[in-house]
Design a protein around this ligand. Sequence first.
Ligand code: IPE
Ligand code: IPE
Ligand code: MG
Length: 243
Amino acid sequence: MEPAPSHLDTPLPPVHVAIIMDGNGRWAKARGLPRTAGHKRGAEAVRRTVEAAREMGVSTLTLYAFSSENWKRPAGEVTDLMGLLRLYLRGEINNLHKNGIRLKVIGDRRRLGPDITALIEDAESKTADNTALTLVLALSYGGRQEVVEAARRLALDVAAGLILPDDVDEDRFEAKLFTAGIPDPDLIIRTSGEQRISNFLLWQGAYAELVFIETLWPDFGRTELEDAIRVFHGRDRRYGGAR
Ligand code: IPE
Ligand code: IPE
Ligand code: MG
């Protein structure tokens, strides 16, 4: 973790924080436990982090929970992860709703299976009007797949005569992404010491500040979120402009 600047009062939190929740397997391995035990503890870290983000006044929290590429993992681990996802959705929806949290899922939800898809749809419609925090869960999500899908959908609009090829621009492209209407992430945190993006929010993260921390995801919570936000506030965002 980079040293936090010392001159901070309490600046506003970043509008959109996104987290690559990594390190569940290593957390479990270090304790001689099966990987699933790490994923279970990871789900508890999700609860803590959502609550902390809401209390800190973050507007959107995106959590990368399962990538398009994670389908390549052993079938048993995928089954366990889907089981935990079911439990999370069944167990948390009322709590999210009670706390004014809007849930939105991005990713290829068809691959998640009909029961999980139904849980997601119920949760999204139940919480649609909530405004305290938007919780975006990236499930079966891949940034490249999302960009290709957006291109395909624009091509369909062109083929249908709705727009001309020359009408394709950043705004129209953005409107076809899973994240349409959600502001770009200001801060992307990755836990577990890995320093890569792993196909997460490739378009949206163009100017996100990246903070990589050593903490393994099951150990993440309010303190780590606050620390990462402090580092974020010490950064100089320039968007390609001059100082
Ligand atoms: C993150 O932890 C959870 C998912 C990617 C589903 P990992 O399972 O990747 O844990 P490590 O990276 O093997 O420690
Ligand atoms: C990224 O973690 C995906 C999620 C956190 C859901 P991975 O553990 O799958 O990424 P790699 O394989 O280390 O790049
Ligand atoms: Mg990993």
